[in-house]
Ligand binder design. Structure first.
Ligand code: ZN
Length: 257
């Protein structure tokens, strides 16, 4: 399984920056988990192959690139883009994004073989498959209805936490997994902003360490979704905790298992 965190910001010279405003991870160049920067950073191969988008939740930093991606492809799509998400997330997309005011309602626009987008409602605790990749959704603890995912291609399993204040939902799902290859986890705020992290249901280095200590995933841990303004502080606080196997996830790099 190949996995890549797409970039979403630019450095002073115009090249991709490690600061992350938007969330989008692409699996096997073909399945997007969240779509924050999907339209802006997808390679040509991804533009031609990604027809399934799996969403963790409906916050803007996770969906911003979705309407732009559909719009970009609309004229030459020959299959609908399938959006796999909790029903509450689908309801937000239809009510607040694809509502003809903010953007066209692509679920009503035909591309011939069907509408431009089709929704596939998912439920926490249930599994669904896209080609040869199976997703097992688990409940995240965030300000809005959210899911994380265990993702397996039969040979390897990785976990993506999504935005969350705890790893409790993941812990319950992990009992079924023997050999987790990687945990991709958020850590949005530095420790001095614990109050904001608690209010917005995100983690800090201290809370992440506490949950990892409880979870004991026994695999490499890749941290992403760090708020750009606090990136340096979060990186330095995580480094000082010396958590075995933990590193910051690099944007643009392909991770393979
Ligand atoms: Zn969020």
């Amino acid at each position: 399984m190949d996995l890549r965190l797409l970039p979403s910001t630019f450095g002073p010279d115009g090249s991709a920056s490690s600061k992350q405003h938007l969330a989008c991870i692409v699996i096997n160049e073909a399945i997007a988990v969240d779509a924050g920067s999907l339209a802006m950073a997808a390679s040509d191969e991804m533009r031609s192959r990604v027809r399934d988008v799996v969403l963790t939740h409906a916050h803007l930093d996770h969906i911003a690139g979705l309407p732009l991606f559909v719009d970009d492809l609309y004229a030459w799509l020959d299959v609908p883009i399938k959006i796999h998400a909790l029903q509450e997330v689908i309801d937000v997309l239809e009510r607040d994004i694809f509502n003809w005011s903010v953007f066209p309602r692509f679920s009503e626009l035909s591309i011939g073989p069907g509408p431009a987008i089709e929704y596939r409602p998912i439920t926490s605790g249930q599994a669904f498959s896209i080609a040869d990749v199976t997703f097992h959704a688990f409940a995240s603890e965030h300000k809005v209805p959210s899911a994380g995912y265990l993702i397996t291609d039969g040979a390897s399993t990785v976990a993506i936490s999504g935005d969350t204040a705890t790893l409790d939902g993941l812990g319950e799902s992990l009992s079924t997994v023997k050999d987790l290859k990687a945990l991709i986890v958020e850590c949005a705020f530095p420790d001095e902003l614990t109050q904001i992290a608690e209010t917005s249901y995100h983690m800090t280095p201290a809370t992440l360490a506490e949950h990892l200590n409880k979870l004991k995933p026994g695999c490499p841990i890749y941290v992403c979704n760090i708020k750009p303004s606090y990136r340096d502080k979060v990186v330095s606080q995580l480094a000082s905790l010396n958590i075995s196997g933990l590193e910051i996830m690099s944007v643009g790099k392909t991770y393979s298992w």
